[in-house]
Design a protein around this ligand. Structure first.
Ligand code: ADP
Length: 245
């Protein structure tokens, strides 16, 4: 059974359909990048997955025991998030609140937050004020926060926007590690080259149509060829282009 199945789905807003007749499955362990021009519906799709916007028709169903309130979500950085006046551990712990709202954090919640701070390499920064961290450290703290909500699925909205190249590379490596540890990744990205290099599947939204397939299939598709200037990185294609040279 798929982790997420979207069937004949129409998504949009009152009086306006943005995405039409979407049919796709996301399996456990997938790393899906959603790409497409501004206004192509990436955020609209994400809102429907998170339950923030109902589908106009059709369905979005979850399998493998996934519940909608157990999705870890890393939103696009806002100025408010950047200047949040709290310690790193408080920011990370707040990610545990999607399941249980209590006055005090439980021992289990504190352990979850500590584990995720270790995993994202920010445990030693836990007592620092969040707003004093570098851009890359802030994003890792917000990723640890998103991880507190989930064991299964992370939805990331342009997680490297605003980061310098080194911090962006570290962030991509961290996301890849989480994926290898078994967490399914859905990431909205403007960086098509990084998407093709990291993701197992690409969803390219463009107007009334869309492409959904493996990164390899995308690179050999009409839409992929139009948007990509790089060679296909898969081993098979590398061998073949070496033979041609
Ligand atoms: P993307 O994330 O790919 O830039 P969006 O999903 O944000 O695209 O937007 C897709 C379309 O939906 C755009 O034409 C946008 O203007 C429109 N849209 C976005 N949010 C709303 C809203 N709350 N109400 C009405 N239309 C919206």
């Amino acid at each position: 059974m798929a982790l997420i199945e979207i069937k004949n789905a129409y998504m949009g807003y009152e009086g306006k359909t943005v995405l039409s007749d979407i049919n796709l499955k996301i399996d456990e362990g997938d790393y899906v990048c959603i790409v497409g021009e501004n206004g192509s519906g990436k955020t609209t799709l994400m809102k429907c997955l998170l339950g923030l916007l109902p589908v106009q028709s059709g369905s979005v169903t979850f399998g493998c025991g996934l519940k909608q309130n157990e999705i870890g979500y890393l939103p696009q950085q806002t100025l408010l998030q950047k200047d949040f006046p709290a310690s790193v551990s408080e920011v990370v712990l707040s990610g545990c609140l999607n399941k249980k709202h209590t006055l005090f954090y439980s021992k289990e919640q504190k352990e979850t937050a500590a584990k995720n701070m270790e995993l994202t390499g920010i445990y030693t920064l836990r007592k620092r004020c969040f707003r004093e961290l570098s851009g890359g450290q802030k994003q890792r703290a917000l990723l640890a926060r998103a991880l507190c909500a989930t064991h299964k699925l992370l939805i990331l909205d342009e997680p490297v926007t605003g980061l310098d190249p080194k911090a962006a590379t570290e962030m991509y490596a961290l996301i890849k590690k989480l994926n290898k540890n078994g967490i399914t990744i859905i990431m909205v990205s403007h960086d098509i080259t990084a998407s093709v290099n990291n993701a197992s599947k690409i969803l390219h939204l463009s107007g009334k149509t869309y492409f959904y397939g493996t990164a390899h299939q995308y690179l050999h598709s009409d839409v992929g060829k139009k948007f990509m200037i790089t060679d296909c990185p898969c081993d098979d294609c590398r061998h073949r282009s070496a033979e041609v040279k």
